[in-house]
Design a protein around this ligand. Structure first.
Ligand SMILES: [Zn+2]
Length: 292
């Protein structure tokens, strides 16, 4: 009798689990489908880093998406400033995380047994390594100097890896990282750089040749200057379309990051990987640790 009861409960749990998995996979397909819609249409000026496009769930799943559902749960965090909050600048404050909260986020990442990886490692995972590693990636857009002052010391303290998306023509500019800082951080083995184009122009607003030049030349120049491969790019303002993603692929990048929200990555969105913004608290990291 008890055996049947246990068997019954086991079957019910199994069934529920399968149902959840199906729901999850359906949701992911809808997300990807929404992403593909965004991908195929040029983004307008309102889709910026401050105003990311949101994926809707009304879209029908495309056959292309149904055919390839291999995906990895791999949260990519998107940071801008980590520094003491400047209350006089509302926009900057909205993009800022205080060093104390940032340290709590790093502690939580380690405590939750997340293994941090760089974006070139993310690219390899997305390109066919669908193992169940508990990975997370930290990305910092724009290459501000506060990264060296506040983030790098904490990365060393907690042995956490990060990727910085550098605007090539902003290197050595006031408030931005210097060449020496970047070299020192790369030598630590904890920091990788990616391209954030030449001068942070919205790529979809440029003519074809200029957009191509921003994508291609930034990679070549960064690689020459820092003597390391540049595997990924972050679209300035998160703005891209199909043509731009193709320039990125042709330039030899392995992947690109967008500002579309999500934590599932796949080969399909290799050139517009989803990212999540941890705001000035630890809630997002807690949620990610719980849902892995
Ligand atoms: Zn940016």
């Amino acid at each position: 009798m008890i055996v049947f009861l246990i068997l019954g409960i086991y079957i019910k749990i199994k069934f529920e689990k399968t149902k959840n998995k199906e729901a999850e996979s359906l949701m992911f397909n809808q997300q990807i489908s929404a992403m593909l819609d965004i991908y195929n249409e040029p983004l307008n000026a309102s889709s910026t880093e401050e105003n990311p496009p949101t994926a809707t769930s009304e879209n029908k799943t495309s056959p292309e998406v149904e055919a390839r559902t291999n995906s990895v749960y791999l949260p990519i965090l998107l940071y801008h400033y980590v520094e003491p909050l400047k209350k006089d600048d509302a926009l900057r404050a909205s993009l800022t995380i205080s060093p104390e909260i940032f340290e709590q986020q790093l502690e939580l990442i380690n405590k939750s047994k997340f293994q941090t990886i760089t974006m070139s490692q993310v690219a390899s995972r997305v390109n066919g390594d669908f193992t169940k590693e508990k990975n997370i990636a930290l990305t910092f857009d724009d290459g501000y100097r506060d990264f060296y002052e506040y983030v790098f010391p904490l990365l060393k303290k907690y042995q956490i890896k990060a990727t910085v998306y550098v605007i090539y023509n902003a290197i050595n500019a006031p408030d931005y990282l210097t060449e020496d800082m970047i070299k020192e951080m790369m030598n630590s083995g904890l920091v990788e750089i990616g391209s954030h184009a030449l001068d942070h122009k919205m790529l979809t607003s440029l003519n074809k040749n200029e957009a191509k030049r921003q994508v291609t030349l930034s990679k070549t120049l960064l690689e020459k200057r820092f003597k390391a491969p540049v595997a990924t790019i972050a679209y300035p303002y998160g703005s891209f379309n199909k043509a731009i993603a193709e320039y990125v692929e042709k330039a030899g990048y392995q992947a690109a990051v967008s500002v579309i929200a999500g934590e599932q990555q796949s080969e399909i969105n290799r050139f517009f990987l989803a990212r999540l913004r941890p705001v000035n608290n630890t809630n997002l990291i807690k949620k990610l640790a719980d849902s892995f």
